[in-house]
Structure formats: C-alpha cells, structure tokens
Design a protein around this ligand. Structure first.
Ligand code: NAD
Ligand code: ZN
Length: 352
C-alpha cells in the first residue's frame, strides 16, 4: 500500500509499505476522507514527538471497513466508520483507572502517527475495533466525520477539563479549530459569556457563530490585562487554553477568578518549564485548578459526539475551510496547515 509519510524530521513524501496485518480484535479500514491536524505539523516539522522514520502521518479520518479480525463482534466489511485519533487498549490498567488516553503509558493511547502508521494511507489498521470504531451515521458526510476524530472531542475536552457550569464566564485562548470547538462546547454547557482570544476574521466569524460573545486580540497587549479590564477586574470563572505558548499559559492563571478552573488542551511545544504566576495563583492558595489533558477517544465518545451533529445541535461544517479531492492533494493540504493562510481553519482531503 501507499502512504504519505514523515521520512524524518522536516522531510515527508509518499512511500510503499506492506499492507497492515489484521489481528483478531482489529479492523482494516480504507479511508473515505482524512484531515490534517496542527499536530501533524508539530510532528513533522518541529520534531514534537522525536525522530520518526518512514512513519505514515495523520490521525483524523473516517472510512469503510475492508477486513475485521475473528473476535470483532459489532463491525463487518462494508461498514462506514468514524475513526478516533485516540485508540486506547481498553483492557489496560490505565483505561480501567479512567484514563484510557494514557493506556500503555502517558499519551500512549495516541497511536496513529505516533507509535504506528497513521491514516494518510490506502489502508488503516485500527486496534480493538469494537472498542475504538463507531458507525458513521448514514446522513453524515465524510468531511464532517473527520472533525469528530480530534477537533470536536479535543475542543470539548477543554470544556470538560475546565468543568464549565451554567452561567459561567469562559475565556477561550486560541480559536483555531480546537478552540472553536471549545467555544461551541462551552456554549452547549450553558456559559453566559464566552470571551475568545483570536484575530483572524474567518475564525472570529466562526467563533461568533459558535457562541463567542466578546473578542480579545493577543496582539493588542497581555490577554489577562484585557480580560480583567472587560470584567471589572474580576476575571473569568473558567479558562480553556487551545493556543499560544508557555507564556500565554500564565495569562490563563492571571485572568481566572479565585476558585476557577483552567482546562488546557494546547500542546506546549517549547521551553523546559511552565511557570505559574505566584501572586495571581493566590500565593499557592487561590483554588485555581489547572488541568491539562489529551482527548479521550474510543467508540462511545465518537458515538455520543456524532449524535450532536446528527441532531443538528452542532454544525461542524464551518471548520472544513478547504476541501480537496484525491490523494494527490494530501501534500498540498499538509503544507497549507503548516503555512496557515489567513482563511484556513482546517484542510480535509476526500478520497473519491
Ligand atoms: P491552531 O494552530 O489552528 O490554533 C491555535 C490558535 O492559537 C491559532 O489560531 C493561533 O493564532 C492562536 N494563537 C497563537 N498564539 C497565541 C497567543 N499567544 N494567544 C492566543 N492565541 C494564540 O491549532 P488547533 O488545531 O486549533 O490546535 C490547538 C492546539 O491543540 C495545538 O497546540 C494542538 O497541537 C493541540 N491539540 C491537542 C490535542 C489534545 O488531545 N489535547 C488534540 C489536537 C490538538
Ligand atoms: Zn488532530
């Protein structure tokens, strides 16, 4: 089979590989569509997960099953399925402890384009098919389905980590596709005010559509100062971090009320330490919770989130700003994600 791979840090291209072998609990899936993630950019060009040779990239997609192992009960060849970015080993102790995304070690539930070949491939191997695949609703487009793999679940996980409650004021730092889904999730959870940090007109427009009430530009000065000025010096109840770096993280602490909660889903890409501002953290006694997490994956998660789209409660179509048709466009789509033209939210490649 052919796949589009990271050859080494900074270099990518098409390679030939042996077809994946379907174990007894596994499935082999032919993609219907795949989407490019900021994490692919971190992996390939920034060496975020270290050196990898000839590893097929990608972890967002949906497809049609071509083969299942003899132990798979609920899926069969021909089924159209959602594929989560995170495909845990559901028998692991970490999963039993409630942290399936860390099954096999910290962050190790993220297997595609990390510990094994990813989804930019003619054939995708999915471990524990009954636990990890979900049937794609008949009326769902492959483009929408791709947004469930990672963007919806991660953005919503930021909302879960920040524990957004009815009436909360929520600050969402970063309104790329993940942050946009955090805005949408905070809105679904009943936030009263959602302050979004971002400037690109396309993202601002989408964020407004998802329920953002106020906007802050990080180019206009420190985020925390602006948020405090907008809230009579009080700050917000919850902060979701979906963009920026370690310094931005400090703004999250500073803009938060005592007793507030921060949910970080952002990948903190450089620097050795994340510094917590001492005074604004209540000199250690401010009850400002900081939580950060890799998104959960797996079947139930995908099935439940899919119902939000099917029922019309969540429209993910604004995310897919650039839709290509055919494998020949995968490189263009990937490079586009790296270069981030102003009107880009998410590039998707449909495999016709
Ligand atoms: P993105 O790059 O499209 O969006 C990030 C946004 O943050 C951009 O719009 C950027 O302009 C903005 N930004 C940059 N600097 C900023 C600053 N100082 N203050 C505020 N905003 C700033 O990325 P994305 O696809 O939306 O993903 C967001 C983050 O989530 C990435 O770091 C990605 O790697 C990570 N991620 C995490 C998980 C997880 O499971 N936790 C899954 C997928 C992606
Ligand atoms: Zn992703």
């Amino acid at each position: 089979m052919k796949g589009y791979a990271m050859l080494k840090i900074g270099e990518s291209g098409w390679i030939e590989k042996e077809n994946p072998v379907c174990g007894p609990a596994d499935a082999i899936v032919k993609p219907l569509a795949v989407s490019i993630c900021t994490s692919d950019v971190h992996t390939l060009w920034e060496g975020a997960i270290g050196e990898r040779h000839n590893m097929i990239l990608g972890h967002e997609g949906c497809g049609e099953i071509v083969e299942v192992g003899e132990l798979v009960k609920d899926f069969k060849p021909g089924d159209r399925v959602l594929i989560p970015a995170i495909t845990p080993d559901w028998n692991s102790l970490e999963a039993q402890a409630g942290y399936s995304m860390h099954s096999g070690g910290m962050l190790a539930g993220w297997k595609f384009s990390n510990f094994k070949d990813g989804v930019f491939s003619e054939l995708i191997h999915v471990n524990d098919a009954d636990g990890n695949l979900a049937l794609m609703p008949a009326d769902m487009s492959p483009v929408d389905a791709c947004m469930l793999s990672d963007m919806v679940t991660t953005g919503f996980h930021g909302v879960e980590l920040a524990d957004v409650q009815f009436g909360d004021s929520v600050l969402v730092i970063g309104i790329g596709p993940v942050g946009l889904m955090s805005v949408a999730g905070a809105n679904l959870r009943g936030a009263s005010r959602i302050i979004a940090v971002g400037t690109r007109p396309k993202c601002v427009e989408a964020a407004r559509g998802y329920g953002a009430t106020d906007f802050v530009s990080y180019k206009d000065g420190p985020i925390a100062d602006q948020v405090l000025a907008m809230t009579n010096g009080e700050g917000v109840d919850r902060v979701i971090v979906a963009g920026g770096g370690c310094d931005t993280f400090q703004d999250a602490v500073k803009a938060l009320k005592a007793g507030g909660k921060i949910g970080n889903v952002n990948y903190l890409g450089d620097g050795e330490f994340v510094t917590i501002p001492r005074v604004e953290w209540g000199v250690g006694m401010g009850h400002k919770d900081i939580r950060g997490g890799l998104t959960p994956g797996g079947r139930l998660r995908m099935e439940k989130l899919a119902t939000l789209i099917s029922s019309g409660r969540l429209d993910v179509s604004p995310l897919a700003s650039h839709v290509f048709h055919g494998w020949e466009h995968i490189e263009e789509a990937l490079f586009m994600m790296r270069d981030k033209p102003a009107d880009l939210i998410k590039p998707v490649v449909v495999i016709d």
